[in-house]
Design a protein around this ligand. Sequence first.
Ligand SMILES: [Zn+2]
Ligand SMILES: [Zn+2]
Length: 362
Amino acid sequence: MSARRSDPDLVVLRPQGLYCPAGDFFIDPWRAVERAVITHAHADHARGGHGHYLAARSGVGVLHARLGPVSAQALEYGEVITHSGVKVSLHPAGHVLGSAQVRIEHGGSVWVVSGDYKTAGVREGSGEADPTCAAFEPVFCDVFVTESTFGLPIYRWPAQAEVLAEINAWWAGNAQNRRASVLFAYSFGKAQRILAGLDPAIGPILCHGAVENINRTYRQAGVILPHTLHYEEQRGAREVPEAAQALVLAPPSAQGSPWLRRFGSYSDGFASGWMQLRGARRRQALDRGFVLSDHADWPGLLWAIEQSQAQRVIVTHGQSAPLVRWLREAGLAAQAFETEFGDEEAAEVVEAPAATAPTSVG
Ligand SMILES: [Zn+2]
Ligand SMILES: [Zn+2]
């Protein structure tokens, strides 16, 4: 790779989103466009209304579950297509099922747009890989376009096995005291990662419709999850008899909702990277906070950037300023793009309508 100063940028910022001028397509655009390459199906990266979608094959099921029957072309990881002379391929990002980094090659230079990613199971000392999606794969490039959701040195994740053991122990303790365990987790990705690590011998696992909806697409994609029971909103406020032994997985939007009454007395917890912040759990009056994130922590971000061997880095969302500053001090050309990507892990985020409509998908 020999990016020269004169090489035109392969990705620029347009009002509609990240745009590749050479190939005339967008990546995760926030306004409706003709051609969209989608890194993953979280609501802020995969929006409705585009003419054509291109996504990793394992992510197309979730894309359809969230957006309905959109026109989507599926690409295997590593498979290269050429569009208007631009080579495009998708590579695992380790974030959620079907998440991809987009590699773009044209005129002798290579750009990679990371989307959201995590490095668990790949970077030394990062613990185990997420069993519900393909692990992150570093891709060499001249310019790396990266997220920075947790781009501060305070963010360092404990190993996944450790956190799952904590969750199982909390659940077992509650079950012994005949109290339900209500765990809030983002319904797409986080919930399934937790499910895959739960010990079903402790008791039944009950899922909110928004979670069960996504569980179905994971199972269809071949991801092994333990048996779950689906509890619809329509069932009325009658108490669920087996709830005292149960682990209830619900989206953050269910916090404080009448839906929870049926579980009687319960202990509640929240699984998110934000739980590493002192006070995040207390502010929401939760019994427990579990530090589990589907994004790279600070060492993960730096590692991924180093592995890419890029000499230029563009930061798209999250804690952009601290990461840009750090990279510049390390001698890299770094800048930020003002994007409209959000953070699906923030507790304040209200779930996208498609994910909170359990009745439409049964
Ligand atoms: Zn995401
Ligand atoms: Zn994101």
